[in-house]
Design a binder for this molecule. Sequence first.
Ligand code: HDE
Length: 702
Amino acid sequence: MATSSRRSTKSSKATAPETVIGNAGQLEQQAAPGDEVLTTAQGVPIDTNQDSLTAGERGPTLLADFVLRDKIFRFDHERIPERVVHARGYGAHGTFESLADLSDTTRAHLFGKKGRKVPAFVRFSTVAGGRGSFDLARDVRGFAVKLYTEEGNWDIVGNNIPVFFIQDAMKFPDLVHSVKEEPDRGFPQAQSAHDNFWDFVGHMPEATHMTLWQMSDRAIPRSFRFMDGFGVHTYRFVNADGKSTFVKFHWKPAQGVQSVIWPEAVKINGADPDYHRRDLWDAINSGDYPQWDLAVQLFDDETADRLPFDVLDPTKIIPEEDVPLQVIGRLTLDRVVDNEFAEIEQVAFCTQNVVPGVDFTDDPLLQGRNFSYLDTQLSRLGSPNFTQLPINAPKCPVANFARDGHMQTEVPKGPVNYEPNGYPVGERGPRPDQEASFHSFAEPVEGTTRRLRPESFGDHYSQARVFWISQTPVEQQHIVDGYVFELSKVQKPEVRAEVVANLRNVDEDLAQQIADGIGMPLPEASKPFMPVRTDLPPSPQLSILGNPPDTFAGRKLGIVLTDGSDAKLLDALQRAVKSVKGTVELIAPKVGGVTLSDGTKQPADQLLKGAPSVLYDAVALIPSADGADQLSRDPAAKDFVNDAFNMYKFIGVGADSAPLFEAVGLEDRLDEACPTVGTPAQAKSFVASLKALRFWERPVDA
Ligand code: HDE
C-alpha cells in the first residue's frame, strides 16, 4: 500500500492515537504520527471507517457512498475456490542447500557444487478435507516443495506416503470423488471412513498397498515436522551428455518420524483443530527450525529391469535395502509466512515445474499430473498471470513473449511481442540459448496407440505384504484398528467384505483380525491377477517404531501446576527439558496462573479445561497436597491423567499427587513410565527417559 509522505500524518500532536467517539458511542482511532492514512482501494483518503453515508440521521444509505461500496465489494470477493484436493494446508519459507556435487548425474546447477543454496517454500496439507477442516484427519499428507533455483522454479510435489492409490491419471477424479463427502448428503468431512471410499478401493486391487499405509500411523502424524516426504514417482536426472539416471526423491526429517495414535487424534481435533499448523508456527518462531535431508535413490535401466516391480508403477516402492538412499541436500524451514492467503493459499505447485537436468518418466500418473496442476491453477487463481504473484514468481530472470491476460502486473516495454523479428539485438526481445536450456530427455519411443494397463503393473498385493510384515506388532495392531474403525463406519456389509477379501491376499492373519474386530465372517479371498509373492523379505526401514528418533528434542512436556506447587521442582523440570531441546507448557486451573511454594506468582500457558493431555508428548503433574485434592474432584484433571495413561505416555507423578491418581483408580497401575517426580534429581531422570516417547509395553486394557 502507498505510504507517500502525503499519506502519513504530519501532525506533531501526542503519539497516542486520538480516539473519536461517534454520535452513538462508537469508537474510532484517528491516524496518529507514524500511521498510514486509511484510503479506498483507489487511494482516496477517508474520514471515518464506522458509518455509511445516509440521507438524514436515520435515512436511507445513498448509492453515492463509494467508500462503503468499495469496502463491501472488496470483502465480497475475498475468497477464491479452494483446492479441489489438498485444500487444507500450511506452509513456511526456508532454504535448500545442496550437500553433493552430482554433476556426473544431473546438469542441474543446484547440484553442480556442494554448498549451493536456494530459497524454498513448503506447503504441507491433508487431502480430503475442505480448507476449514481439522488437521488430524486420518489422511495422506501433502509435502510440496518449491525451490527457487537460478534456472527457474523446481517443484517436488510429494506426499508423506511413498505410494499412491491408483496407477493411471484416468482414475484420479473417481478416487477423489469417492473419498470426499458423499454427494447427496455432503458428509462425512475430511475422512475416508465411509461407504463410497471403501467401495471404490475395494473395487481397485491396485489401491490395497496404499490403504495399508493409510491405515497405519503414517496417516496421523504428530506434526508436519515429524513426517517423511516422498516424490512417489520415478523421475530422471539427466547429465550434460544427455545420459539419464532414474531417481526417487525422499525427504527425511532430522527430527525423526513420529505419529499420534487414533484415539488421540480424535480428541486433538476437538481440542485444537489447528494442531499441526500451530506446531509449525510455534517451532519456527521459537528458533527450532525443522530440517529434512533430501535423499535420492539413483539407479540405471539395468537395475530397473532387474527389480521385481515396474519402476513406472506409482503403487510400488523401491525398497531402500535394494537401492540405498543417498543424501544430496538439506532443507531448513526458518521463516513463517507474513500472510496466510498471499503465500500459503496462493502458492501454486506444478509437477511440470522442473529445471534443466531433471526430467519425467512415462509413469502414467505423473504424465496426468503434468496436465492437471497447471490447469487447476487457472480456476483457483483466475489468470495465467498467477506466475507473477510474489510467492510463485521465479527469483531468476523471466523473459518471453507471453503478454496481457487478467491481472497482468508487468509492463512490457517496446513494440516487439513476437519472434522472429528484424529488430536489432537489445530491442528484439529474448532468444533461446542452447547451452543453458532445458532439453527434454531424448527417449526412444515406439508402439501402438492403445488403452491398456501394462501387465508389469499387475502385482497388487506383494508389496502390501512387504509393508505389513515390516511393521512392529504395535504398528500392526494400529493397522488392524484403523481398518476396523473405518469399515465399522461403512454401512454396506458387501463393501466391508470386498475390502477384507482383498486383504486376504496380503496376509490371512491381518484379514482375520479385521473380520473379528468387525464381527463378520471371513469372505472368500479375491482372485489376484498375479500370484502373490511370499518370498520377499521385510524392509525394516518401513517401520516408524523400529527406527525411533530416540530424542525428546522438538517435543512438548505439559506440566500441571496448582497453588503451592514446588518452585524448585518446576525449575528443575524446565531446565531439564530445555537441556534436551524440548519445550514446556504450564497448565493450571486458571490461566492467570498459580502462586508457587516460594510465593512467586507463576502465569500459566493454558487453562486445564482447555488443554487436555492429548496435546502433549509427555506430562507431569506436580500439584501441592491441597491442589491434588482439588484436582481429584475436577473432571478435566481426571481426563488429563486417564488419557495420558491410556495413550501410553510418560507421566511424571508429583510427590503429593496421590489423591488424583487414586480418584482415577490408577494408583496401583503406575509403571516405570510413571515415576515419582518429587526432587530435582528425579525431575532430571524423568526428563531423560522421555526420549522413548511412549511406553508401549503398558497394558492399557488390563
Ligand atoms: Fe495431486 N493435485 N494429483 N497428487 N497434489 C493437486 O493441484 C492430481 C498426486 C499433491 O500444497 C491439485 O494445486 C492428479 C500424487 C499435493 O498446493 C490438482 C493426480 C501426489 C498437492 C492435483 C494427483 C500428489 C496436490 C489440487 C493423479 C503425491 C497439494 C490443487 C494423476 C506424489 C499442493 C493443486 C499444494 C494438489 C491433481 C496425484 C500430491 C487438482 C490429477 C501421486 C502435495 O492439480
